[in-house]
Design a protein around this ligand. Structure first.
Ligand code: NDP
Length: 270
């Protein structure tokens, strides 16, 4: 459920995965206005839904209609995935978990030093999940001070993780001792030429560089990093993995992630 949701690839991705797993299930894309969210969530239980995903603008607003939250969703104050367990609506946030699962295809987060650009919904979800998975330290680099400092406060006070804020008001040079460098902003979305204010020469081959943006898959940020020898993790991996986590929670079955990735690529023509 979201508004607007036209063009969202999740239904196509999930239904291809249901089909590959031989499950006669449906995943519906529902356009729900904010003033009808409560009715829509109550309707899930009435109609025997197994769960659902929530996207903008409902990720925070949906919380008041749920019975309980997982630890990560409670820390983030935002939910993108609900599962109905024993008639209870349980809110989870799979954005950060999807990112971590995608990252694990290359490296383990524990002990890593992280530079994260952005402090919006996606960056917050990633930062909390990385902290819960034992990263060593997180530097939040954000354009607006308020959101950046609020995320640092959450990480240091509630997840007991070493975190600092750097105001992003000029070209940022990535420190040599960073292990993981992540674009958690919307810069690059729908624009393969959009560039993050980052000193290109500061990418080092030991940096693992990730992007949340999945369309285009090969963002300029990832391209510049790859040209300097960095391993990269694209936003499509995060999208597929957050979907796979929801799929598993609802069906109890492991989906075929390759089918899911192909489905998104087909849907978005990428
Ligand atoms: P938000 O609006 O919550 O946050 C946007 C962030 O980007 C903020 O930190 C904002 O900074 C920053 N930002 C935007 N424009 C600029 C700019 N020109 N210069 C510097 N900073 C900028 O969005 P979300 O966090 O929900 O989404 C961010 C991206 O993540 C989107 O592209 C979305 O598609 C993607 N996403 C991908 C997912 C996946 O599965 N791959 C899942 C969820 C999201 P400020 O605080 O200063 O405004």
């Amino acid at each position: 459920m979201g508004q607007p949701v036209a063009g969202n690839p999740s239904q196509f991705m999930m239904e291809q995965a249901f089909s590959a797993a031989r499950l006669d299930w449906r995943y519906l894309t529902l356009e729900v206005p904010p003033e009808r969210l409560g009715d829509a969530v109550r309707g899930m239980r009435a109609m025997g839904f197994r769960g659902g995903n929530f996207t903008l603008p409902h990720k925070v607003a949906v919380v008041e209609y749920l019975d309980r939250l997982t630890e990560a969703a409670e820390l983030m104050g935002a939910v993108n995935c609900v599962t109905i367990e024993d008639d209870e609506l349980v809110g989870e946030n799979t954005d950060g978990k999807g990112f971590v699962e995608s990252l694990r295809e290359i490296t383990e987060p524990a002990g890593k030093r992280v530079v994260l650009f952005g402090a919006g919904g996606a960056a917050r979800a990633i930062a909390v999940e990385l902290a819960l998975n034992g990263v060593d330290a997180i530097t939040i680099v954000n354009r607006s001070r308020e959101r950046g400092e609020s995320l640092v406060q959450l990480l240091t006070q509630r997840v007991d993780t070493d975190a600092e804020f750097i105001l992003w008001d000029s070209e940022f040079a990535i420190p040599d001792d960073a292990d993981l460098v992540i674009n958690g902003t919307s810069i690059g979305l729908g624009d393969s030429q959009a560039r993050l204010p980052v000193v290109a020469e500061s990418f080092q081959s030991q940096h693992i560089v990730a992007d949340v943006v999945f369309n285009p898959v090969r963002t300029r940020f990832l391209q510049e990093a790859a040209e300097r020898g960095c391993k990269t993790v694209d936003g499509l991996g995060m999208l597929v993995n957050q979907g796979a986590i929801a799929f598993r929670a609802w069906t109890g079955v492991d989906p075929d992630k390759a089918v899911m990735r192909e489905a998104v690529e087909e849907f978005l023509e990428i």
